[in-house]
Design a protein around this ligand. Structure first.
Ligand SMILES: Cc1ncc(COP(=O)(O)O)c(C=O)c1O
Ligand SMILES: [Zn+2]
Length: 385
C-alpha cells in the first residue's frame, strides 16, 4: 500500500496533512489533490500485479487510501468496442452501483468519512451524485443530507428516499443547492462532499483512468470524450495518468482530453473557445442532461488547463442532438445511455466532421450513466412523438 504523504493545493502547491478531514486550501480556496508516497511501490506494484484481483476499482488499492473500503462493487465497468465506428470504445459507466460513474467518487469519499469518524455528510447534487452518496452512506451507516434541484430526475429522488437520506429540494440549480448546504453545514455538523471541495471524490474517479489503460492493454487512446459538469472524472483521469507514468506503466503520451457539454449550459466550452483560463457562470441553464447543468464548475481552472495540456477540445451538444444520440446508441449498440453520456457520441461525430479527429483515431467515449434513470425525459419524448 502507498501511504498518503500529504494533500496538495492545486493553486499554490501548499501541503496539508490528510490525518484529519480537509476541504479546500485555507489560503486561496484551491481544490486539494491527494499525494501518495509512490516511491516504495516502484518495481513492486506492477501491471502484472493486477491479475486475478477483485473486479472493482479497489483492484488499484495501492494507489487508493489505505483504509477499509465501503464498497458496493463499483468500477471495472465494460469497455465495449463500438459496433458502429471502428476504433471507438464505449466505457459503460451505467453499470455501476446506482447506475452512474458517481459511485466511484462517492465510494471513496464515504470510505474516508467513515475512517475519519464523520457521522453526517452533505452534498449539493444535480442528481446522480446524490443517489451515490445516499447508497454509500446507507452502506456505511452514516447520515446523508442531500440538496437537489426540485426538477431533479424522479429516479434520483426515489433512490435517495429509499436509501434513507434526508432530502431537500431546492428551487434552483446545483449552485443554489451548494449555497443551501453552505448556510447550514456548520450549525448542523455536516461534512460537505461537494465536487472538488473535498479531495477523495477525485481519487475514486481517477480509477477510470487506470481502467482505460488496463482495458486497452496499457496503450492509451488518441482521445477521450468526457461529459463535463464539475469535471471530477476528467481531473481524476489526468491525475491517474501522471501516477501511472511515475509507476512506469505508461509513457509520457496522453490522450487528447475532450470535454462535452450541453448547449443549454456550456460554460467550459465557451471559456475554451475564448481562450480563457476560467469560466463565467452560465445563466438560465437548461438541458435534458441534468448532470451537465453546472453553471460554474468549482475547478474550471483545472479542467481548462487539462484541455490545453492534452491538445484537447471542448464542444457542446443540443438536447435534440443528445436525444438522437441516445437512440442511436440504444438501437444500434444495445446501450441505453444517460443523456450526458450520449453527448459524448455527438461530440465524436462533430469532431470527425470538423476533422479534429480522424476515423482511424482510437477514441474512448464515456457513457457516464444509465438511460434508465431518466424515464421522464423519454416519456415526454414518446408522448410528443
Ligand atoms: C450521468 C452524468 N454524467 C456526467 C456528469 C458530469 O460529471 P462531472 O461533474 O464529473 O463532470 C454528471 C453529473 O452529475 C452525471 O450525472
Ligand atoms: Zn492554495
Amino acid at each position: 500500500m502507498a501511504r498518503i504523504s500529504n494533500l496538495e493545493c492545486t493553486k499554490c502547491g501548499e501541503h496539508m496533512s490528510a490525518a484529519t478531514p480537509q476541504t479546500l486550501c485555507p489560503k486561496d480556496g484551491g481544490s486539494l489533490y491527494v499525494r501518495y508516497d509512490l516511491q516504495p511501490l516502484l518495481g513492486k506494484f506492477k501491471k502484472e500485479s493486477l491479475a486475478g484481483r477483485v473486479s472493482s476499482m479497489w483492484r488499484y488499492a495501492e494507489v487508493l487510501p489505505d483504509v477499509p473500503p465501503v464498497t458496493l462493487g463499483e468500477g471495472l465497468t465494460p469497455m465495449l468496442a463500438s459496433r458502429q465506428y471502428p476504433h471507438v470504445w464505449i466505457k459503460d459507466e451505467g453499470l455501476n452501483p446506482t447506475g452512474s460513474f458517481k459511485a466511484r467518487g462517492l465510494c471513496a469519499a464515504v470510505t474516508m468519512c467513515k475512517s475519519y469518524g464523520i457521522r453526517k455528510i452533505a452534498v449539493p447534487s444535480a442528481g446522480n451524485a446524490a443517489s451515490a452518496l445516499a447508497a454509500y452512506a446507507a452502506a456505511a451507516g452514516l447520515e446523508a443530507h442531500i440538496f437537489m434541484p426540485k426538477d431533479v430526475p424522479l429516479t434520483n429522488l426515489i433512490e435517495c428516499t429509499q436509501y434513507g437520506a434526508h432530502v431537500t429540494l431546492v428551487d434552483g440549480l446545483i449552485n443554489d443547492c451548494a449555497k443551501a448546504v453552505n448556510e447550514r453545514k456548520h450549525a448542523e455538523g455536516w461534512f460537505d462532499v461537494s465536487t472538488l471541495k473535498e479531495p477523495f471524490r477525485v481519487e475514486g474517479k481517477k480509477t477510470m483512468g487506470y481502467e482505460v489503460a488496463e482495458q486497452l492493454n496499457w496503450k492509451l487512446p488518441d482521445a477521450i470524450v468526457y461529459p463535463t459538469g464539475g469535471g471530477v472524472g476528467m481531473i481524476g483521469m489526468w491525475k491517474a495518468f501522471e501516477e501511472m507514468e511515475y509507476l512506469g506503466w505508461i509513457g509520457p503520451e496522453r490522450p487528447k482530453m475532450i470535454a462535452v457539454q450541453a448547449a443549454g449550459c456550456a460554460p467550459i466550452t465557451k471559456a475554451w473557445a475564448a481562450h480563457q483560463p476560467v469560466s463565467e457562470p452560465w445563466h438560465n441553464a437548461t438541458t435534458v442532461a441534468a448532470g451537465l447543468r453546472v453553471p460554474k464548475a468549482y475547478a474550471d481552472y483545472i479542467i481548462l488547463d487539462i484541455l490545453k495540456k492534452s491538445g484537447g477540445a471542448a464542444v457542446s451538444a443540443t438536447d435534440e442532438e443528445i436525444l438522437a444520440a441516445v437512440y442511436q446508441w440504444a438501437s444500434g449498440e444495445g446501450i441505453f445511455a444517460a443523456p450526458e453520456g450520449a453527448a459524448a457520441l455527438v461530440a465524436y461525430q462533430k469532431l470527425i466532421a470538423s476533422k479534429f479527429l480522424k476515423p482511424s483515431d482510437s477514441v474512448v467515449l464515456f457513457n457516464t450513466g444509465s438511460g434508465i434513470k431518466y424515464t421522464e425525459v423519454f416519456c415526454n419524448d414518446l408522448r410528443s412523438a
